[in-house]
Write a protein that binds this ligand. Structure first.
Ligand code: PMT
Length: 391
């Protein structure tokens, strides 16, 4: 499964380092060329000889152990298809997040521009430390994938979250990431996310429960698949691709139309308000004497329908949020909007749809073909949607 791929394994100084011997064996057994780089502290937990025998390659620890004209932190970064740091200690996570390159491993991480996966392992109080959590958010916002630790008995005697996740999980995520890595290379993918905000006055607005997670997951996966990604969103996401921050449906329409001509795929995962307030008040509205206040609303443009009417080479994908008769309504909607695919989800359930980390969707094709994707994390659903569309 990993034939022809070079996996760069980074090991830092934690007790879970011994488990990585098994991970290296799994990579090797499945055909990968494995290069290992350790921090000096990792050497307190595993020996160079063990790692060398398992990887069948030289093991790198010292930054200035120069053998070639090209510095090792550059050549190892160039050669690898993916970098997997496991276990990743609080110290190494924080250094990478802040751009500190004070040993060979952190220098490589600083120079590494391809897919990186980190599997943290540490004491539960260290894991819960707000600085560590903030640094993890920084890494994730730069496209580095974090496999959260498991809960259980920790080597330090505590019971809590901090155990390295299973070796099988790290292995499977590596295989998945490499499988998808270049599938969308050369494609420009535009994705919308979040609920639009329609002002009533400077204080109040009309919006909906969309967290933007579904669109964000699609954008991250598209990026991992090698696409040039533009995320048009109402939410304050950070990521290593272009993000256009918008507020109202009209803002979103302008932003999408600016990107449309040069795009190959547009996915409208945003929950766009169908109506906006007709006369937005510039000043805060005062409480009147009447019990009832009537707001007059006007219809917003249908962004998705507009794109479908003027599309040339682009694939246009809509979402469909329904609280009843999902399939019937979705069939009607794909015909009405004219998009190539429509992804229908049930937003009456708490465990999927709005705000949840999971989703369960049905893909409808223009041709009438229908495919159900069982409940899974939004990231897995995003992968399956993009894979379905392109395969
Ligand atoms: O953001 P999350 O919390 O992760 O939740 C994800 C989600 C539930 C918001 C997402 O999965 C989803 O269903 N998005 C579409 C929500 C929606 O507005 O559905 P709709 O059935 O009302 O609209 C159909 C399609 O038309 C959508 O692609 C929508 O973006 C688009 N639309 C709608 C109105 C409008 N004026 N212009 C549009 O382009």
């Amino acid at each position: 499964m990993l034939k022809g791929k070079c996996v760069l394994v980074g090991i830092t100084g934690g007790i879970a380092a011994y488990k990585i011997c098994e991970l290296i064996r799994m990579y090797k057994k499945n055909g990968a060329n494995v290069k290992v780089v350790c921090t000096p502290n990792a050497m307190n937990f595993v020996t160079k000889l063990t790692l060398q025998n398992l990887s069948q390659n030289e093991v790198y620890v010292q930054e200035f152990d120069v053998k070639d004209w090209k510095p090792e932190h550059i050549s190892l970064a160039d050669e690898a298809d993916i970098m997997v740091i496991a276990p990743a200690t609080a110290n190494t996570i924080s250094k990478i997040a802040q751009g500190i390159a004070d040993n060979l491993l952190t220098s490589i991480a600083c120079a590494f521009s391809k897919k990186m996966i980190i599997a943290p392992a540490m004491n539960c109080n260290m894991w819960n430390n707000p600085t560590i959590q903030e640094n993890l958010r920084i890494l994730e916002s730069r496209g580095i994938e974090c496999l959260p630790p498991d809960s259980g008995f920790l080597a330090c005697g505590y019971l809590g979250k901090g155990r390295l996740c299973s070796i099988e999980k790290i292995y499977n995520e590596t295989v998945e990431a490499l499988r998808y890595s270049q599938k969308l290379a050369g494609k420009k993918v535009v994705i919308t996310s979040g609920g639009t905000i329609e002002d009533i006055d400077p204080v109040r607005y009309i919006s909906n429960y969309s967290s933007g997670k579904m669109g964000f997951a699609l954008a991250n996966v598209a990026k991992d698949m090698g696409a040039e990604v533009v995320l048009i969103t109402t939410k304050p996401f950070e990521a290593p691709y272009k993000i256009v921050k918008v507020k109202s449906a009209l803002d979103m329409q302008n932003a999408v139309e600016d990107e449309f001509e040069t795009s190959d795929l547009v996915i409208m995962a945003a929950a766009v308000a169908d109506y906006r307030v007709k006369n937005q008040s510039e000043q805060k509205m005062k409480k009147g004497v009447n019990d009832i206040l009537t707001l007059e609303l006007v219809q917003n443009p249908d962004i998705l329908k507009g794109l479908c009417e003027k599309k040339t080479h682009q694939l246009v994908v809509g979402f469909c949020a329904e609280s009843e008769n999902l399939l019937e309504n979705a069939k009607e909607k794909i015909a009405k909007k004219g998009c190539d695919y429509l992804i229908a989800n049930d937003i009456s359930r708490n465990d999927i749809g709005f705000s949840s980390d999971d989703n369960e969707v049905t893909i409808l094709e223009k041709s009438g073909k229908i495919e159900k994707l069982e409940k899974a994390s939004k990231k897995v659903i995003a992968r399956k949607i993009l894979e379905y569309i392109y395969e």
